[in-house]
Design a protein around this ligand. Structure first.
Ligand code: ATR
Length: 281
């Protein structure tokens, strides 16, 4: 039998994050810091799953006594199908990045990415209510946050995606917001219109540039990239060149979604630590 990618400490509660790739994950460091801050005893490790082995990896972790896990790319949709009970916000996103193994065999799933984004926008005093929002991308990352953005009461949300059919499919999942949602091509974005531009495309992760014209940001507009590090460089440079009042990468969102997961497992809400802490060895 194939050896498991994880080892559990039977004297404490064990958690993990499963993804592929996973070596880059900052989650073990973040949760270790949260545990230290809140005096919780637990372990949290990164687990690599082969693309076709997600379900067997999760099940092995559960049967070994794991208390819960986070799920990252490319398994969030599979995780939603795997859980046997889920939060409304996860059903809306059709994705789960949080799993908790409860008493009685219930496997509970939630999606904490959307609340992570909303909290980090608030931390950075970037407003959504009554604003004109442009979202770049229409994949899983955007689907995970769109419901939360709608709930914050923007004036409009325009979605621009390289493949327009995917943007159309996405907005059909949110019929309650039909009057609010608009789809544009990269060529059809309106000059000076958008108060907040959120990049949810994975182009930067592959080292690609977005075909984003200059001049579409409103005066005083802000920019937010849901990725971080090098992947966010192109978009944040574009934001600066276009006079963005604020421009943030998604590291704060990562911390906030982790804090929400920690709270759902442990019942204690950690303070979201200073972002530079997670770069320490
Ligand atoms: P994720 O889970 O990260 O959202 P995904 O579901 O594969 O991953 O979606 C990736 C998103 O980034 C899509 O909106 C994709 O556009 P397409 O629907 O046209 O594929 C977008 N994207 C990826 N590379 C891109 C590029 N080079 N230029 C523009 N958009 C890109």
């Amino acid at each position: 039998m194939k050896k498991n990618q994880f080892s559990l400490d039977e004297s404490t509660d064990n958690y993990c994050v499963i993804g592929n790739p996973i070596a880059h994950s900052k989650s073990p460091r973040i949760h270790a810091l949260f545990a230290e801050q809140t005096s919780q005893l637990l372990t949290y490790q990164a687990v690599l799953s082969q693309p076709d082995a997600f379900l067997s990896t999760v099940e092995a972790f559960r049967q070994a006594g794991g208390k819960g896990l986070n799920v990252t790319l490319p398994f969030k949709e599979q995780a939603w199908e795997y859980v046997n009970s889920s939060a409304a916000r996860a059903d809306r996103a059709r994705a789960v990045n949080f799993i908790r193994f409860d008493e009685g065999g219930r496997i509970y799933g939630d999606s904490t990415d959307g609340i992570g984004l909303i909290r980090d926008l608030a931390n950075n005093r970037i407003e959504i209510a009554n604003k004109r929002i442009l979202i770049i991308g229409a994949g899983g990352a955007v689907r995970s946050v769109l419901g939360n953005l709608i709930d914050e009461g923007p004036d409009e949300i325009t979605i621009v995606n390289r493949t327009p059919a995917k943007a159309r499919e996405l907005i059909e999942l949110f019929p309650e917001a039909r009057g609010l949602l608009d789809i544009r091509s990269f060529d059809g974005l309106a000059d000076g219109r958008y108060d907040l531009v959120i990049n949810g495309a994975s182009a930067g992760l592959a080292g690609h540039r977005l075909p984003l014209a200059d001049g579409i940001l409103a005066v005083g507009g802000c920019c937010y990239d849901m990725t971080y590090g090098k992947a966010a460089d192109f978009f944040l440079d574009w934001a600066e060149a276009n006079g963005a009042q604020k421009a943030c990468d998604g590291l704060g969102m990562l911390l906030e979604q982790a804090a929400e997961s920690f709270y759902l497992w442990r019942g204690i809400r950690p303070k979201t630590i200073k972002r530079n802490l997670i770069y320490q060895p």
